[in-house]
Design a protein around this ligand. Structure first.
Ligand code: PLP
Length: 402
């Protein structure tokens, strides 16, 4: 008998986010719109390769560098560039050598390595995850063997932060727990704490001895400013916390398929950082051995060259600006078509997404009747919307919620 007939392998459900793209591709309608995955599109709804990335790649080709293995913890120049982009070049933590940085497979791979580290060295500690959160977080930490619970985050009444719920749940977490926080542009809600609220969360982490664990997938993409979007992790490091931070260059440099990102663990001294780094390498080695070089070289070129760095900032402002523009247009259409409803959340939310509050039935109507593909939780990616399609989307939303 065939060998696999002797083992039971059930059909797995399609991925809740990437499965949407598969369904979208199979739809023959000319009106179809893919607002599922968080990937930037031009006004023509085409994928976008940043000009600065093309320049960096041309330079790389000229240099003709080899394809030797990288060290387990990645390209040294990339590691330096990425931690400085995150914390600032003059950050005392960086200067004192107390940040353990490992280049990893974009945001997801960095989160997975961090999860493995937590389950190996911090067993018995629970990870607190916002409710709701990015669809992959729970699966990543479940697979890594990290026990997790959720904390309240979103208030559907105000379509804003449930500050009271969040603080109460974190206060009630056992001392020494770990808290996963979105560095900026919370996915899927687009609702971030204010600077004042970040300070309160930072104080609470001190009070309850909680380890802040930042997922930074959108630095520069939320407000268009790299500095502004790094406010929260920088604050926690300045306030003396040990901190974990995962970074991704998928969105801000459009390097989705290059799988380039990093895991940074900020410790209180150089010796702990060295021990932590040695263990991160020990985790990565049997998992994927060492990371890919191409994206690391692109990031290093762009950050290391003043002209290219400035050009990158310009392109980030352009991308985040286009998203803010379609937010405004969508809001205007919605308000004109259904003035009895308050649509202001569309403009208030930050980053790529709008969390519409649509129910699964309403989402099914969006897709089934209007060929608009989005996640079941009611999230739409505005990075996949053009000005010319904003009216069509608004009409479908009004039809679906009425
Ligand atoms: N974290 C959050 C909150 C995200 O939204 C994403 C991507 O959508 C990621 C991490 C990881 O993306 P990647 O693995 O492409 O870096």
């Amino acid at each position: 008998a065939p060998w696999f007939s002797g083992v039971e392998v059930e059909m797995a459900p399609p991925d809740p986010i990437l499965g949407i793209t598969e369904a979208f591709k199979a739809d023959g309608s000319a009106d179809k719109l893919n607002l599922g995955v968080g990937a930037y599109r031009t006004e023509e709804l085409a994928p976008y390769v940043l000009e600065v990335v093309k320049k960096a790649e041309a330079k790389m080709l000229e240099k003709g560098e080899n394809k030797e293995y990288l060290p387990i913890d990645g390209l040294a120049a990339f590691k330096k560039a990425t931690v400085e982009l995150l914390l600032g070049a003059d950050s005392p933590a960086v200067k004192e050598g107390r940040v353990a940085t490992i280049q990893s497979l974009s945001g997801t791979g960095s989160l997975r390595v961090a999860g493995q580290f937590l389950s190996r060295f911090c067993s018995g500690r629970t990870l607190y995850i916002s409710d709701p959160t990015w669809g992959n977080h729970k699966a990543i930490f479940t697979d890594a063997g990290v026990p997790w619970k959720t904390y309240r985050y979103f208030d559907p009444e105000t379509v804003g932060l449930d500050e009271e719920g969040m603080m109460a749940d974190l206060k009630a977490a056992p001392e020494g727990s770990v808290v996963l926080l979105h560095g900026c542009a919370h996915n899927p809600t687009g609702v971030d704490p204010t600077k004042e609220q970040w300070k309160q969360i930072c104080d609470l982490c001190h009070e309850r001895q909680l380890l802040p664990f930042f997922d930074v997938a959108y630095q520069g993409f939320a407000t268009g400013s790299l500095e502004e979007d790094a406010f929260a992790p920088r604050l926690f490091v300045e306030e003396g916390h040990d901190v974990i931070v995962c970074q991704s260059y998928s969105k801000n440099l459009g390097l989705y398929a290059e799988r380039i990102g990093a895991l940074n663990i900020v410790a209180s001294d150089k010796d702990s950082a060295a021990r932590i780094l040695s263990q991160l390498k020990k985790i990565a080695r049997p998992m994927y051995s060492n990371p890919p070089v191409h994206g690391a070289r692109i990031v290093t070129e762009v950050i290391g060259n003043k002209d290219m760095f400035d050009e990158w900032k310009g392109e980030m402002e352009m991308m985040s600006g286009r998203i803010m523009t379609v937010r405004g247009e969508l809001y205007d259409h919605l308000t004109r078509m259904a003035p009895e409803k308050d649509w202001s959340f569309v403009k208030r939310q930050i980053g790529m997404f709008s969390y519409t509050g649509m129910t699964p039935d309403q989402v099914a109507n969006m897709t089934g009747k209007h060929h608009i593909y989005m996640t079941k939780d009611g999230r739409i990616s505005l990075a996949g919307l053009s000005s010319s399609k904003a009216e069509y989307l608004a009409a479908a939303m009004v039809d679906s919620v009425r």
